[in-house]
Ligand binder design. Sequence first.
Ligand SMILES: CC(C)(COP(=O)(O)OP(=O)(O)OC[C@H]1O[C@@H](n2cnc3c(N)ncnc32)[C@H](O)[C@@H]1OP(=O)(O)O)[C@@H](O)C(=O)NCCC(=O)NCCS
Length: 171
Amino acid sequence: MSNNAPVFVRTASARDIGTIRALLLETWHDTYDAIYGADRVTAITEEWHSTEALADRLNRPNSEFLVADDGEEIAGMAFASAADEGKTVLLHQLYVKPGRQGQGIGGLLLDEIEGCFPDADKVRLEVEEQNSRAVRFYLSQGFARAGATQDCGAKQSGIPAAIYERPVVWM
Ligand SMILES: CC(C)(COP(=O)(O)OP(=O)(O)OC[C@H]1O[C@@H](n2cnc3c(N)ncnc32)[C@H](O)[C@@H]1OP(=O)(O)O)[C@@H](O)C(=O)NCCC(=O)NCCS
C-alpha cells in the first residue's frame, strides 16, 4: 500500500541517525545504481553516510539538518550550511524516499531549509547531470545552471556534477 500521509518538517536529532542512514542507502541505490553502479554507490554511502559522518552534521555550526516526518516514518531529509558570511546557502543533501517522491516533500524541505538562513540571497547545490529527475525538479523550483565541479560532495571525490543556483526571494 502506498503511503502519502502528511509530513511535518522538524530538526533532525541523534535518535534519527539510524533511520536517516537507511533512507539514504535506499534512495542512493534507487537513484544512482544506474549511473555509478551498485558497488560504487555502496562504497560512497558507507563513507559519506556513516553514523559518525551524519552525527557530525547534527552539530556543525551555521548549518541546518531537517527531516520530513509523518509520525510513523521519516520520508525525506535535507542538510545545508551557510557560506559567504551567510549570503549563500549550500544545500549539501536533499533526499526523499523513493515511495514518497512526487508528493511535494522535496519542495517543502527545500523551502523550509532556505528559510532557516535569514541572511541568504541565494541557494547553491551540486547535482549529477545524469540524474534527470533531480535536474528537472530543480529547474521547476527556480534553479538555473551556474557552473560545474569535478569533485562533487567531497574534496577530490572525482565525481563530476553541475552547480545550480536560485535567488532567495523574501516575501
Ligand atoms: C529530487 C527530489 C529531492 C525531489 O523531491 P520530491 O519530493 O520527489 O519532489 P516534489 O514532490 O516536491 O516535486 C516533484 C514533482 O511532483 C510534483 N508535486 C508536488 N506536489 C505534489 C503532490 N502533492 N502530489 C503530486 N505531485 C506533486 C511537483 O510539481 C514536481 O513536479 P515537477 O518536477 O514536474 O515540477 C526527490 O525526487 C529525490 O529525493 N530524488 C532522489 C534523490 C535525489 O536525486 N536527490 C537530489 C540529489 S542532488
